[in-house]
Ligand binder design. Sequence first.
Ligand code: ACO
Length: 260
Amino acid sequence: MSVSADVADLTGAGLELSISGNVATVTLARPERRNAMTPSMWRGLARAGESIPPDVRVVVVRGAGPSFCAGIDLRMFSPDGVPGEERGLSAADPGFQESIAGFQAGYTWLRNPAFVSIAAVQGHAIGGGFQLALSCDLRVLAEDARFCMKEPALGLVPDLTGTKPLVDIVGLPRAIELCLTARTVDAREAAQLRLAELVVPVADLDAAVADLVAALLSTDAAAARATKALLQAAPGNSLEQQAAAERAAQATLLRARQAG
Ligand code: ACO
């Protein structure tokens, strides 16, 4: 079923949001432009995140058509801009960073421990599209998937929350090499770099994602949420801190179960 909240609004932003049981699917739905992104789409992604029902356990992010996402709509850089989109986002504007924070909100919600987010990637994921895939907890790639952090080639830094997960996943030297050359990583290399949990033939992408979703739904919901939160905290914790966090999480989980 489609979510009632702001469906027309999301459609106008080039997005679709559907909920089936405990699974939400966000689709970038501008295939004729390879799902190129605009400020409206970034804000729409944030609104999609806000409207995820509390019982959702898995969020799948996918792109319609041959590419996952071609990154920012390059017409944003042209004098005519993109019809219907705001113009004149300038670094001289005092609200410039606040605007970017609003765009970043379209990405950060995917890390919510309430659910596991999966990027289902076929074709190109470039710039803001690569960063969207990086914002998800897991990435399932079709064999034709291609990642590219294009921003430095265009005179920009990646600013849609992708730099931290990239460094966390591939390490600092490889992240520097990938970003500062803006080269393209194919699906085989993405798997080697741990940028893909799974690489499957193009025709099998939806089935592979469905299998992964089913496996994720097979565990206890409350335990899964608490475990994702624990795992997310682990890199910033010492062993002692993490051990204490495990004890506290277990106590909270079991107390809630006894109470319920
Ligand atoms: N912005 C606006 N329009 C785009 C974009 C984009 N980022 N990407 C593709 N399109 C449009 C094309 O202009 C074309 O439109 P047309 O049919 O009116 O000519 C249509 O989508 C199809 O694109 P093709 O290039 O024909 O598709 P193909 O499958 O051959 O290539 C690819 C896809 C590789 C994604 C290519 O379109 C491309 O390189 N796009 C630009 C990618 C880019 O540099 N993005 C910016 C990243 S930086 C950032 O996100 C901040």
